[in-house]
Design a protein around this ligand. Structure first.
Ligand SMILES: [Zn+2]
Length: 295
C-alpha cells in the first residue's frame, strides 16, 4: 500500500530525474478528490491525448470538458519533452480497468506485458485512485511521430515516480494494457519503454544517456482499423479515449460512463430539441396565417 506522493515530493522527484517541468496554475490542489478515493498509489499510466498543439492539449487536460471534468491527468508531456503539471490527486485518466492487471502490476511479476485486459472501462476497477497519469501530446493515429525528446520525458517521468516509491519498471503501463477498450499510447512500445525505465533505474536519478539515446522502442503490431479515412480513425480513437469517467453517485456507488453513454444522451437531447423546433415552426406558421387573414 503506497501512500501517494505529496505535490512537493512529486515535483522534486521529477526535477531530480532531469525532467523539464512547467507548473500550470493551481496544479498542487487541482483534482477530483471530492469525487472518489486517491490512493493507494500502485503505478504510472501512459496515454496519448488525440490532440495536437501544446497549449490546447494542456488546456483540455487541465480543464476537461462538460462530460469529463478535469484534470484529465497529472502531467502533459509535450513533443519537446516538457512535462506540464496540471493536477495532483485523483484525476480522470485511467477510468475503469482490469483488476487482474492491477494485481500483476502491484506484484510486478509479469513478463514483457501484463495479461491482456478483459475488463473495459465500464464497471472496471477504479484506476483513477491507483495510477499517476501522463497524457502525451499525439494524435494517436499511428502516423503522428513520437520525437525522441518526448520519449525521453516519458522514460524520466515514469522512472522518477518508480524511484520515489521503490517500484520497478513493471509498475508502468499503457492505458491499453489496463482497459480492454483503450488503444493508447498508440505508437509507443510499452515493453521497450519499460526496458528503458528499468535501465534508468539502475543508475542515479541524475543519469543521462548522452549520445546513446535509443529511438522509439519497437511499436506493437497494430490491429488494422476498418476504415481508410484517417479522420474517422482519429475520431474513433478519440471516442475510446474520452470514455473514462468514473464518478461516485449520491449513494457512494462508483459509476463508470463510457463514450456511448454521452453519445446516447446527446442524441436524446438533440431529438428533443428538434421536436421543440418543429412545434415552434408549426405555431409560427399558424400565427402568420392568422395575421394574413386578419390583414
Ligand atoms: Zn488514455
Amino acid at each position: 500500500m503506497a501512500k501517494p506522493l505529496s505535490a512537493a515530493a512529486f515535483l522534486a522527484a521529477l526535477r531530480a530525474e532531469g525532467v523539464k517541468v512547467k507548473e500550470v496554475g493551481d496544479w498542487p490542489t487541482h483534482n477530483r478528490n471530492h469525487k472518489g478515493p486517491w490512493g493507494p498509489a500502485n503505478g504510472v499510466m501512459i496515454h496519448h491525448t488525440v490532440t495536437s498543439g501544446t497549449d490546447a492539449s494542456v488546456r483540455i487536460c487541465r480543464d476537461g470538458y462538460a462530460a469529463l471534468p478535469g484534470p484529465l491527468c497529472h502531467g502533459v508531456i509535450d513533443k519537446t519533452g516538457v512535462v506540464h503539471l496540471v493536477g495532483h490527486g485523483r484525476t480522470n485518466h485511467a477510468g475503469g480497468g482490469d483488476p487482474k492487471v492491477l494485481a500483476r502490476v502491484i506484484a510486478e511479476d509479469y513478463g514483457d506485458r501484463p495479461p491482456k485486459p478483459t475488463q473495459g472501462n465500464t464497471g472496471g476497477e477504479d484506476g483513477n485512485a491507483r495510477f499517476y497519469g501522463f497524457e502525451c501530446v499525439n494524435l494517436g493515429d499511428g502516423k503522428d511521430p513520437w520525437p525522441p525528446a518526448q520519449l525521453d520525458a516519458i522514460e524520466r517521468a515514469s522512472a522518477a515516480l518508480c524511484r520515489a516509491h521503490g517500484w520497478g519498471a513493471k509498475s508502468v503501463v499503457g492505458h491499453a494494457e489496463w482497459s480492454s477498450d483503450k488503444v493508447d499510447p498508440r505508437g509507443v512500445g510499452m515493453p521497450g519503454m519499460r526496458d528503458r525505465i528499468a535501465t534508468r533505474l539502475k543508475h542515479p536519478a541524475s543519469w543521462s544517456r548522452g549520445s546513446s539515446k535509443p529511438t522509439n522502442p519497437a511499436p506493437p503490431k497494430e490491429t488494422p482499423v476498418a476504415t481508410t479515412d484517417s479522420k474517422v480513425t482519429a475520431l474513433h480513437s478519440n471516442l475510446l479515449t474520452i470514455g473514462s469517467l468514473t464518478e461516485v453517485d449520491g449513494k457512494g456507488a462508483r459509476v463508470n460512463h463510457g463514450a456511448g453513454y454521452y453519445l446516447a444522451h446527446i442524441e436524446r437531447d438533440t431529438t428533443a430539441l428538434q421536436l421543440k423546433v418543429d412545434r415552434l415552426e408549426k405555431t409560427l406558421a399558424e400565427v402568420l396565417a392568422l395575421l394574413k387573414t386578419k390583414s
